[in-house]
Design a protein around this ligand. Structure first.
Ligand code: GA4
Length: 327
């Protein structure tokens, strides 16, 4: 079957910001029920590291419900929200991102999807809110895990990765170090709204991530030629990004996409990102089924825990893949 990519036009989900260099590369739209979806997913991960999925099976009212509950949390008085902060890295954070001094125009909650790794800060998020928030978050995490595993299993099939479920198991197991980030970029009061860095440019360390937002623009991805394109209007669909971990496992065949969020609208932006990560003890290395000769290996082996501690010593925009590169 021929894969048709949607053309980029100003009114589609992806448009070229007049301030950015124009680029002809469109974001692939993949119907998860399509018999050819696995081929399209692999192609998208190889070319852009970013794609949009439709027919994902997540009930739309879960999205509305979670969005409402999250908005209620962010509307609470600052002193109450701060009972769940500062982040350790989980919990509530405002403007500060990570431990190395990065700042952004946002507030957020970071929640671990694995109860065993939950911290008192995570618990504190739910102590300030109704049980309906926790219920919506838990159902959403289950749905994101299901979708992430589904996509990873399609990748395994397409690339003939052995043993079966090699990738999806990393996320399915109870020890998986996956997390959910809910970002709130507050509305701007001034007119015209001043453009600010909401979340600075970076690539994510995990396997893959699943992302959606309310109907507000701001997310930009960086293309191979260094130009930035805006992605927006995706309240009922999901975007997937392939991340550094899967780039290493596929020996560079999949790309992790650099992205950032700019805030330049009067509307507030709410985004939810599920990061599918492996257990802390898991070793990250190129899969032998994809690297025929030892000398073709681009990356050395590290455990997820070693890599994570390296990430937490870095600044957001740092090149974090370097630590895997063979000398
Ligand atoms: C980027 C992806 C996820 O949001 C995150 C981020 C983490 C954090 O906010 O605590 C980091 C960032 C992210 C990578 C470099 C370090 C760690 C902030 C930062 C400066 C939760 C993650 O796993 O890595």
């Amino acid at each position: 079957m021929v894969v048709l990519l949607q053309p980029v036009t100003f009114n589609s989900d992806v448009y070229v910001n007049p301030k950015c260099k124009p680029s002809p590369v469109p974001v692939p739209v993949i119907d998860l029920t399509d018999a050819d979806a696995k081929t399209q997913i692999v192609k998208a991960c190889e070319e852009l590291g970013f794609f949009k999925v439709v027919n994902h099976g997540v009930r739309p009212d879960l999205l509305t419900q979670l969005e409402e509950e999250a908005n209620k949390f962010f509307a609470m008085p600052q002193y109450l929200k701060e009972k769940a902060g500062p982040p350790d890295p989980f919990g509530y954070g405002s403007k500060r991102i990570g431990p190395s001094g990065d700042m952004g125009w946002l507030e957020y909650i970071l929640l671990n999807a694995n109860h065993h790794l939950s911290s008192t800060k995570t618990t504190a998020v739910f102590q300030q809110t109704h049980a309906t928030f926790r219920e919506a978050v838990e159902e959403y995490m289950d749905e994101m895990k299901r979708m992430a595993c589904n996509v990873l299993e399609m990748v395994e099939e397409e690339l003939s990765i052995e043993p079966k479920e090699k990738l999806s198991k990393l996320v399915k197991v109870e020890e998986s170090d996956s997390c959910l980030r809910v970002n709130h970029y507050p509305e701007k009061e001034e007119t015209p709204a001043k453009e600010e860095i909401g979340f600075g440019e970076h690539t994510d360390p995990q396997l893959i991530s699943v992302l959606r937002s309310n109907d507000t623009e701001g997310l930009q991805i960086c293309l191979k030629d260094g130009s930035w394109v805006n992605c927006w209007r995706y309240s009922s669909v999901f975007f997937f990004k392939s991340e550094i971990y899967i780039q290493v496992m596929t020996n560079g065949r999949f790309k992790s996409v650099k992205h950032r969020v700019l805030t330049n609208t009067k509307r507030s932006r709410l985004s939810m990102i599920y990061f599918a990560g492996p257990p802390l003890t898991e070793k990250i290395a190129p899969m032998s089924c994809l690297v025929l000769k030892q000398e073709d290996r681009l990356y050395k082996e590290l455990t997820w825990s070693q890599y994570k501690s390296h990430c937490y010593k870095s600044k957001l925009g740092d090149y974090r893949l370097g630590v895997f590169e063979e000398q």
